[in-house]
Every structure is written in structure tokens, then in C-alpha cells.
Write a protein that binds this ligand. Structure first.
Ligand SMILES: CC(C)(COP(=O)(O)OP(=O)(O)OC[C@H]1O[C@@H](n2cnc3c(N)ncnc32)[C@H](O)[C@@H]1OP(=O)(O)O)[C@@H](O)C(=O)NCCC(=O)NCCS
Length: 441
């Protein structure tokens, strides 16, 4: 053990961090079990020799019960093989033109990558992260292709497009726990071979298999804003505006989202552990493009109970919120509203209507500390206002000991306990000295 490792192991911080990370990761581990992910490995990344390290993370995903389909690109490798065979590389509209004499070198490049991936997935020496992994990778004629044909007067020859994905065959292997490899090729019923864009294979396979995610591992594939900063999350419509169709065929992957695949993650595959950091931490490290909004406010369900308790218990311990038994929160869950980020609850509020007094009480307003100060509290308040209005109520009140300023800056005014509705279940506790604040809506 190195000096550094010893130091880290002996430090409580390190152990605490490790345990905390594991706990943060566990909801994702449970959630992803049985889901199908399409991993797209760009040829440029494989050319850098990243596969052995990536294989460790792929093995871990598979051991968590995630059904994996690996689609790989081979563009730079094909270019290099063409060069050694003195074949010119001709492209039109961003697509390679594949003449018949190029098929041999093409199979040579793609075949070599396939074997390299299979070799990397076969690692399992004791003392390595893949010890005992026993991954089985399978490949086959799962992509049925047809020629792209002549477009704008250009004949693409053996460059093809996907005609259909043999999803039943792939599913059969995924059911056995196999990792399915899909090369950037397709086969026709007449026995011909076509070179197909890996993104198209991935997109069509994701739709055909009902995948829940496509993860693109490339070299800096993230989308960026005007200042060149990487953008972390966006919805599909925004991502479409950000993408430069001429330089990258991401549009093909966007089609999968339009056809029902919920999420596309763009990751810099040269970063060690990129897949794990993206999938098992709340904020991830890449660009997440979702078909639906990433963060939203909605009514709570029973599944949110644990998350709600995790948010409010520390505040109860500090005396910021009044302590309530779990059973009471469970009974009142129908009144809770939550802010969800990537399916995890990061904020909550309870809105209890008192129709006889035409009022609603707002309680338990809380946002996880790491997400405070970005307007989420205000958004929950706005949601409560419109929800109360929708129910025909005209005022909202709140009891608070430490946040009266926050409410007053948002239109609440101080009043007294005498305004509290008769039907309110909990009597006012004079010892707590809560301030009663009221706002018209
Ligand atoms: C109060 C709370 C819900 C606000 O959520 P939020 O998402 O951080 O709120 P917003 O981003 O909309 O507002 C942030 C602003 O409120 C201010 N603020 C936060 N807590 C405050 C408090 N207790 N009193 C006064 N101002 C406060 C912040 O300083 C920030 O001000 P700035 O914009 O001038 O920097 C959040 O801070 C929280 O969970 N606090 C602990 C629980 C709590 O006190 N709940 C209310 C009890 S009923």
C-alpha cells in the first residue's frame, strides 16, 4: 500500500466519502437493474487504447443487471487502413463512399476492433477490477442493411443504412446476460455487406430494443454554450439548436429520443470512470439530453417518502422544522409537492388546504442544501400559489421560526395565531414562538 493510500484509508473523511458515495449510488443501482443501455464507443476513443479501462466499467454495469449493447465506430481506423492499401477516402455529405474494393480493408479494420473489444471484455485476472467478471460478448448478423443508394447524384455504393434491427435475437442474448456488440455494418438478405454509421446503428437499436439510455463515449462530445462552457442538461429541442449538424451526425441520435428513448448522454470517454460518474452521481459529468424536462415540480407519491424524510429530518434536528412522525407524513403525502431532479427529490413543500377558511397552509418547505440559492424555493412557492388558486382558495399562511425574511421578501406579511383556521389539526404552540405569515393570492 502506498503512503498516499495509507493516508487516505486512515482518514475518516475518505471512509465517510466512500460510504456516502456508495449510498448516493445505490438508488441508481436499483433503478437501472433490467434496463437496456446502448453504449456508443467512438472509433477515435478506441484508437487511443481506452478499451481495457472502459471494459472495467462495462463489467460493473453488467454485474448490476444492466442489459448492454455496445455499438462501436471505426472511422479513423478505416481511414488508416485505406491509407495502407492506397485507397482514397471519399466523403460526400459527411458520409463515406464505400467502393467494392474498400470492403476488404473495411472488414479488416472493423474486425480488428471487434476482437480488441472482445479481448478487453474477457479480462479477469485476480487483483484487477474485472476479477471474476466472466463477461460474455456476442456479435452477429443483428443489423439488416440496405444501400444508401444515389443521393443528389452521388452513388454511395456499399455505404448503407439500417433496414431493420433483429431485436428478438439481441433480446435473447441480453436475457442470458450477454453483452451484445454491434459493429458499424449491416448485412442484406442477398448476403451483401454495408458500411453503416455507428450512430445510426445505435439509434435504431435503441428504439427497437426500448432502451432507456444511449451513452455516447467520444472525445469531448459535449454540447457547449456561446462562451464555450460544457452544457450539463438540456431538453431535446434545446440540444437540436445547439448542435452543428454539418460537423457531427448527432441528429441521428436525436431521432431515437424523438421515437421514445428517454435519454442521451454525451460523455468524454477519455476521462477515467466517465460512465460511472455520469450514471451513479446525481449531477453526472457529461451532457444529458432528455426527451422530457430534466427537473420538474409535481405532486408527491408514496415512492417519494424516503427522499422527503431525508430532506426534512436534518432540519427537524436543527429545530428549523417541527418534528413530525413518519406515519403522519405518510398520511399527509397527498398534500406534498416535490421538486424532482433526474427522478430524485431535491425539494419539498406541504400545502394543506383549509377550504372553510379559504386558506392553505404551507409547511415543510425545504430544498437540499446543495441546490439552494438557485430559485427552487421560489418555484415551489409559485407552484403552491397556483395550486391554491386552482382550488379556489384566497390566502396562504406559513408558520416559521427562522425564515420569516425569506417569506416577507416574497409578499408575506406578519400576522398573529388568531388567523389560523379552526380546522387546523395542530394547535399553535406558544413556546415555539413561530411567526405567522400570510399572503393573499
Ligand atoms: C428557505 C429555502 C426553502 C429557500 O430555498 P432556495 O431554493 O434556496 O430559495 P431561492 O433560491 O428561491 O432564494 C434564495 C434566497 O433566499 C435567501 N434565503 C435562504 N434562506 C433564507 C432565510 N432563512 N431567511 C432569509 N433569506 C433566506 C438566500 O440567501 C437567497 O438570497 P439571495 O438571492 O439574495 O442570495 C431553503 O433555503 C431551505 O430549504 N431552507 C431550510 C428550510 C427552511 O428554512 N424552510 C422554511 C421553513 S417553513
Amino acid at each position: 500500500m502506498s503512503e498516499k493510500e495509507r493516508e487516505l484509508r486512515s482518514s475518516g473523511d475518505h471512509e465517510g466519502g466512500y460510504v456516502e458515495w456508495f449510498r448516493e449510488a445505490s438508488p441508481y443501482i436499483h433503478r437501472f437493474r433490467g434496463e437496456t443501455f446502448i453504449l456508443v464507443l467512438e472509433g477515435a476513443l478506441l484508437q487511443e487504447g481506452r478499451m481495457p479501462a472502459l471494459a472495467h466499467d462495462i463489467a460493473l454495469l453488467s454485474s448490476f443487471g444492466i442489459r448492454l449493447v455496445l455499438v462501436f465506430g471505426a472511422s479513423p481506423q478505416i481511414d488508416a487502413t485505406f491509407l495502407t492499401h492506397a485507397l482514397p477516402t471519399t466523403r460526400s455529405g459527411g458520409r463515406r463512399i464505400t467502393p467494392p474494393e474498400a470492403l476488404g480493408p473495411l472488414m479488416e479494420s472493423v474486425g480488428r476492433i471487434r476482437f480488441e473489444i472482445e479481448a478487453a471484455l474477457s479480462q479477469g485476472t485476480d487483483g484487477t477490477p474485472m476479477a471474476g467478471a466472466r463477461l460474455r460478448a456476442v456479435s452477429g448478423n443483428f443489423v439488416i442493411g440496405r444501400p444508401l443508394g444515389v443521393i443528389d447524384g452521388v452513388d454511395y455504393l456499399y455505404t448503407g443504412t439500417v433496414r431493420r434491427i433483429e431485436s428478438e435475437g439481441i433480446r435473447h442474448h441480453l436475457d442470458q446476460g450477454d453483452v451484445v456488440l454491434l459493429p458499424p455494418m449491416g448485412f442484406s438478405p442477398t448476403g451483401e455487406i454495408f458500411n453503416i454509421l455507428s450512430f445510426e446503428v445505435a439509434s435504431r437499436a435503441a428504439v427497437a430494443l426500448g432502451a432507456s439510455k444511449i451513452l455516447l463515449l467520444g472525445k469531448s462530445p459535449e454540447l457547449r454554450n456561446e462562451r464555450g462552457e460544457a452544457l450539463r442538461q438540456m431538453v431535446l429541442s434545446e440540444a437540436k439548436l445547439r448542435d452543428q449538424p454539418a460537423s457531427r451526425p448527432l441528429a441521428v441520435l436525436f431521432e431515437a429520443l424523438e421515437q421514445g428513448v428517454p435519454r442521451l448522454h454525451l460523455l468524454d470517454g477519455s476521462q477515467d470512470g466517465a460512465i460511472l460518474l455520469e450514471l451513479f452521481t446525481r449531477d453526472g459529468i457529461g451532457t444529458l439530453i432528455s426527451r422530457d424536462p430534466f427537473e420538474h415540480i409535481r405532486k408527491a407519491t408514496l415512492d417519494d417518502l424516503v427522499d422527503i424524510l431525508a430532506i426534512i429530518r436534518p432540519l427537524e434536528a436543527k429545530g428549523v422544522l417541527v418534528r413530525r412522525p413518519r406515519e403522519r407524513i405518510e398520511m399527509e403525502l397527498e398534500h406534498f409537492i416535490v421538486t424532482c431532479r433526474d427522478r430524485t427529490v431535491i425539494g419539498c413543500v406541504e400545502l394543506i388546504p383549509s377550504p372553510e377558511s379559504s386558506m392553505a397552509e404551507m409547511a415543510c418547505l425545504a430544498i437540499l442544501p446543495e441546490y439552494q440559492g438557485e430559485g427552487r424555493g421560489e418555484q415551489l412557492l409559485a407552484f403552491c400559489r397556483s395550486e391554491a388558486k386552482r382550488r379556489g382558495l384566497s390566502r396562504i399562511f406559513v408558520l416559521t421560526t427562522q425564515s420569516s425574511r425569506w417569506f416577507m421578501e416574497r409578499g408575506f406579511v406578519k400576522t398573529g395565531p388568531e388567523i389560523l383556521p379552526k380546522e387546523r389539526r395542530t394547535p399553535y404552540d406558544p413556546d415555539r414562538k413561530s411567526q405567522v405569515l400570510l399572503t393573499e393570492i
